[in-house]
Design a binder for this molecule. Structure first.
Ligand code: SF4
Length: 96
């Protein structure tokens, strides 16, 4: 209940426009499939938006979203980013 109130107030004062949700001078686009499970997702007028990044689709085009709470990225020896959502989930459950 308290969490619902907190999420509802995240976009307080926002208005829906033809381009998307307008909030604090920015136009926000709805979250994308990769955002499913992220704790930052907040609802506004029956759509879900990210208060941390206005255009989630762009955020995911170059790899993992660095604001995401549901996946963690690791860098392998070759410098490539790897993600193991299952491991990240288990680590989060253990509090590490
Ligand atoms: S922080 Fe990243 S993963 Fe989470 S909702 Fe925003 S764009 Fe999506």
């Amino acid at each position: 209940m308290a969490e619902d109130k907190k999420k509802a107030s995240v976009f307080a004062g926002a208005v829906m426009t033809a381009e998307g949700m307008s909030f604090k001078g920015f136009i926000f686009s709805p979250v994308v499939e990769n955002c499913a499970g992220c704790e930052r997702v907040a609802a506004f007028e029956e759509q879900s938006f990210c208060p941390a990044y206005a255009d989630p689709a762009t955020k995911w085009t170059r790899g993992i979203c660095n604001f995401a709470t549901h996946v963690k990225a690791t860098v392998d020896k070759e410098g490539k980013t790897k993600v193991n959502p299952l491991k990240a989930s288990k680590r989060a459950a253990r509090g590490r």
